[in-house]
Each structure stands twice: as C-alpha cells, then as structure tokens.
Design a protein around this ligand. Structure first.
Ligand code: ZN
Length: 256
C-alpha cells in the first residue's frame, strides 16, 4: 500500500482555505516546492529532512519558490549535520534556477547544502520507475509532467501545469489515477491550463481512471473568486488540502 497526500491544492492565487498545489508520496517524495511547502509539511507533521526526493514539474514561482526555505530548515533545524540525502529531479534548467533562488534568498548560507544535492534527470527509488514528459504550458519554464510506475504494476501521473495535449492525455489513459491541474475557470482564455470542461472530457474518456483535481481556482473557505465546485463525473475528486489517499497493491485508490 502506498500513501499519497495532497498537502496543498490551490493555484498560484491561493484560493481561500488552500495552500499551493503540493503532493507527497510515501512521506518522503514530494512534487515541487511551492512557497507554502514548509507550512504544508509542518501541518502534515512531516520533517523536511524526511524528504529525500523532489520531483520538479516546472520553474514557475508557485511551484519552486519554497525551495530555499526547505533547505534552510534542513540546514539549521532538522539536518544540521547535513547527513540526510536529497535528490532533486528535473529538466536541465532546474538546477541553475534553484541555485539562483537560494542565492537570492539566503546568500552563502545554503552553499554547502546545494553542493550535497544529487541533481538528476530521473530519480532512482526502490520499487518505482519514473518518467518525465513535456506538457502544454509556458515554454519559458520548461514544463513537464511525471509518470510513476509502481513495482506492483499500477501507474500514477502528475500533470504539473498543463493545458490539454496529446502527450499528457495519452499517458493518462494508461494510469490508475491522475493528479490533474485545473488552474482556471471556464471563462479564462488560455491553452496552458485545464478548465472544468476539459476535466469532464478526459474523465469521460477514461472512466476507469480516478482523477484528483488540484491547482484549483475554487475557494474552499470564504469566497474570493468562487466557491462553486464544477459538476464532474463520478471518477473525479475535487481535491482539498490534507486529503490522504491509500493506493492498494492492485492500484485501486481510496480516500482515507
Ligand atoms: Zn505554471
């Protein structure tokens, strides 16, 4: 069984009651490092030094600007001896961007930590196989999604930020469950995010796949933009912060 936690579910604008979209797998792998990452880990009772792998989707601020705080916390609180391994996986531009961020945020303080990081294209983790693939988002930020195959034979996928595209949608059809972004409401004119109608379309195409919607624009507390959750097919769960999913050996997923 694998534990998957949606530690944050909001888009860049922080809809009320939500941290930025942020996923944790088995309490040691995280997807991205948003500005609210440290707050999300604290709320979930996960120490930053327990994280050994960070999968980066792209370098927009709401996905990586929390990275310096994670390193700073490890350096001065949870990993003072700098003994805990950390792998950061992403495309070729990720390393220089994250180092630049750390140098801006805490000049000099994180140099040793940065040198100890294992920067890779794809991580190697027992019982998992990882693939990274291009998605349809601003090309300036090197946008990718992640597909993860478990040794038990099931697959999950994280879309990163992306509008509909063949590469993403074809892969979705191979997966037991999918963490899919819905960054914008129906009336926003963009190709770079999914809208409610896109979610309905792909969910109807693959009724056997469970969809967890994240990076949402919908408020969950007081209304800023809208509190209205769109109507979705039964295989779609509109995510909330702190939702925990348990994946069984056969790839079936249960909301805890
Ligand atoms: Zn983005």
């Amino acid at each position: 069984m694998v534990r998957v936690e949606l530690l944050g579910s909001g888009n860049a604008f922080l809809p009320s009651g939500r941290h930025h979209s942020f996923l944790c797998i088995e309490r040691h792998i995280i997807v991205d490092a948003p500005p609210t990452a440290l707050a999300s880990l604290r709320r979930a009772g996960i120490s930053p030094s327990d994280i050994d792998t960070i999968l980066i989707t792209h370098v927009h601020g709401d996905h990586v600007f929390g990275f310096p705080f994670l390193l700073l916390e490890r350096r001065y609180i949870s990993d003072r001896e700098m003994e805990r391994p950390l792998t950061v996986a992403g495309s070729s531009g990720v390393k220089s961007r994250l180092i630049e961020l750390c140098n801006l945020a805490y000049p000099g303080s994180l140099d040793q930590m940065l040198k100890l990081i294992n920067w890779v294209d794809l991580p190697e983790i027992n019982r998992w196989t990882f693939e990274r693939f291009e998605v349809n988002h601003d090309p300036e930020v090197d946008p990718h999604g992640w597909m993860m195959t478990h040794d038990d034979g099931w697959k999950m996928l994280h879309s990163g930020d992306s509008g509909p595209c063949d590469e993403l949608w074809n892969r979705i059809g191979q997966c037991n469950f999918v963490i899919l972004e819905m960054g914008v409401p129906e009336w926003v004119d963009t190709q770079h995010h999914h809208k409610p109608s896109d979610i309905r379309k792909i969910a109807n195409m693959y009724p056997e796949t469970t969809f967890i919607v994240t990076h949402t624009y919908v408020d969950s507390d007081y209304e800023i933009l809208t509190n209205e959750i769109p109507v979705f097919p039964a295989n779609v769960i509109h995510g909330n912060d702190e939702m925990v999913f348990i994946v069984d050996n056969d790839g079936s997923i249960m909301l805890q």
